[in-house]
Design a binder for this molecule. Structure first.
Ligand SMILES: Nc1ncnc2c1ncn2[C@@H]1O[C@H](COP(=O)(O)OP(=O)(O)OP(=O)(O)O)[C@@H](O)[C@H]1O
Length: 230
């Protein structure tokens, strides 16, 4: 099956004083279009760093990241931004909404950057889909954590991304809100055929994806299909 994402021998090192810290060590895997995948592992194992490299938010020290036939290491910052805008949605654990913009404006920004027309109507449609159309004129500080996460999901889906990366999408939410957010992500995922790559500490959430990659000390220690019970 065609891959939307492929990593080949990816390593990431950081300088710490005069020492080199290897955070990702020779990581390789491919993700077929439309698949769902979780990346799990202990704190500090490199999960967030890996997601950032896959999404073109950061660059690897060696190796290759190929996303939708684009070799990310060969792109300059503007080209990377264009690839992110065209193919990628990203949901952060701490939402990362712009505090000075209302909910609807937060969703409109990426649409405007793409030069789309009727952006307000489209943003409203997305807020409606995630169930917070009635909060569209609230600023992030006036929204609960779950509501902010819904806005960030609407924003992540606004460019109809081929692939969605979510870093602990339910990490800051209570159990009930988490459940709603998870079904929202998987529903939107099914509807649009979006590939889903999640980082999570939540075993139940990981078990909902088709495959689980386990990282330890920056290396893949297992990469297996999930045994789906439902
Ligand atoms: N910019 C940086 N400079 C130096 N070290 C960094 C940098 N970013 C991350 N690291 C280190 O890389 C390691 C992996 O961090 P990362 O955030 O990817 O782990 P994680 O698996 O996502 O952890 P958690 O589950 O706690 O979020 C950590 O030891 C961290 O301190």
């Amino acid at each position: 099956m065609e891959s939307i994402l492929s990593l080949q021998q990816v390593s990431k090192t950081f300088k710490s004083g005069n020492r080199l810290l290897t955070v990702l060590d020779n990581v390789s895997f491919s993700v077929p279009k439309g698949a769902t995948l979780s990346i799990v592992g202990p704190s500090g194992s490199g999960k967030t760093t890996l997601l950032g490299l896959c999404a073109g938010l950061d660059r690897c020290s060696s190796g290759r990241v190929v996303l939708q036939n684009n070799h990310l290491e060969k792109l300059n910052e503007d080209q990377l931004a264009a690839v992110r805008n065209k193919y990628i949605g990203f949901i952060f654990q701490n939402f990362q909404l712009m505090p000075t913009l209302t909910a609807i404006e937060n969703v409109m920004v990426p649409l405007e950057l793409r030069g789309e027309k009727k952006v307000r109507a489209r943003a409203m449609e997305l807020l409606d889909k995630v169930g917070i159309a009635d909060r569209s004129h609230h600023y992030p500080a006036q929204l609960s954590g779950g509501e902010q996460q819904r806005v960030s999901i609407a924003r992540a889906f606004c460019n109809r991304p081929g692939i969605l990366f979510a870093d602990e999408p339910t990490g800051n939410l209570d159990a009930e809100t988490s459940e709603k957010i998870v079904s929202l992500i998987f529903d939107l995922n099914k509807e649009a055929g979006t590939t889903l790559v999640l980082v999570t500490h939540d075993g139940d959430l990981a078990a909902k994806t088709q495959r689980i990659i386990h990282l330890k000390g920056g290396k893949i220690v297992s990469d297996k299909p999930t045994i789906l019970t439902a």
